[in-house]
Design a protein around this ligand. Structure first.
Ligand code: NAP
Length: 290
């Protein structure tokens, strides 16, 4: 079993991005600039946004964090998005999800102009992805592709099973793994909560990508010997062993599943850091395009 080390790989990727930023500055260009909007003060969202801002500093980007109260109106939030859309100094914009229930996530996503949609959630970017046209790929699936690529995992002709069909992870992941691209050309099965014979399907996976948000859902008996397992799940669970009172758990029961795998991502230190690195990559791409 070999770890797919997202922390190590994302650091390599960030070093490469930092070199590109230095070259851009040396040739008279400006620093790429990522803006993030955080609504409310949910602990997990705070952690993710802070990690993104810190990553910007590490690679030499500028960053702006706009904080709004949890009870902010949808219109005020949309106006903040429009202001950033029109600000030529800013190359990429993310709005940290989830949003409070009174705000429509799809409305917010559709208000971000596709040229600054570095999370890759806008229908235009998702549509372009479907057609294999240049676009911003959703950051988490893009990070997974990068990880599989950098570990030289053969995907062509393999059976890839994706558990979870969310718009931000499972569904785009299934499309990307089926595309005729270097990491791709899989035969893909996309599963969800209505799938009746999940264990049978997951046991036939050469590559199993798990994104459902249920800690340690995938057990040893659901995985084929020699499979590549990618665990997207991140759930905070109570722990009396940590200072914070919680720890992160993936969707895969790592200790029992890992010995069966050829490759597996850990949680933390797997897909999470790759998501942030992909976001930076998309922002760099946007800065180059503008
Ligand atoms: P989501 O929107 O909550 O969707 C969960 C999906 O799992 C749904 O499609 C649901 O099916 C399916 N599901 C639920 N129970 C199931 C079951 N028993 N069997 C099969 N499928 C089942 O999830 P998400 O936003 O993709 O997030 C999934 C996990 O990934 C969460 O832990 C999240 O925190 C994590 N995440 C991590 C990163 C990262 O950077 N590492 C990024 C994004 C998300 P239905 O559609 O039928 O309801």
């Amino acid at each position: 079993m070999q770890l797919l080390d997202g922390k190590l790989t994302s650091n390599t990727l960030k070093d490469e991005i930092a070199v590109e930023v230095s070259a851009m500055l040396a040739s008279g260009g400006k620093k790429p600039h990522l803006a993030a909007i955080l609504v409310g003060s949910d602990g997990a969202s705070e952690t993710y946004v802070n990690a993104k801002v810190k990553a910007c500093e590490k690679v030499g980007f500028d960053s702006t964090l706009v904080r709004l109260e949890a009870d902010v109106s949808e219109e005020i939030l949309l106006n903040e998005v429009r202001k950033i859309n029109e600000n030529p100094a800013i190359d990429g914009l993310i709005v940290q999800l989830p949003l409070p229930k009174h705000i429509s996530e799809i409305k917010v996503t559709e208000t971000i102009i596709p040229e600054k949609d570095v999370d890759g959630f806008h229908p235009v970017n998702l549509g372009r992805m479907m057609l294999n046209l240049p676009s911003f790929l959703p950051a988490t699936p893009a990070g997974i592709l990068e990880l599989l690529d950098r570990y030289d995992i053969e995907t062509s002709g393999k059976h890839c099973v994706v558990i979870g069909r969310s718009h931000i992870v499972g569904s785009p992941m299934s499309i990307l793994m089926a595309r005729n691209t270097k990491v791709g050309n899989c035969t893909v099965t996309l599963t969800h909560s209505r799938t009746t014979n999940l264990k049978e399907i997951s046991r036939s996976a050469d590559i199993l990508i798990v994104a459902l948000g249920k800690p340690e859902f995938v057990t040893e008996d659901m995985v084929k010997e020699g499979a590549v397992v990618v665990d997207v799940g991140i759930t905070r669970v109570k722990s009396d062993k940590t200072k914070s009172g919680w720890k992160l758990k993936g969707d895969v029961a790592f200790d029992e599943v890992a010995p069966k795998c050829s490759f597996i991502t850990p949680v933390p230190g797997g897909v999470g850091p790759m998501t942030i690195a992909s976001l930076l990559k998309n922002t760099l791409k946007s800065a180059k395009q503008s």
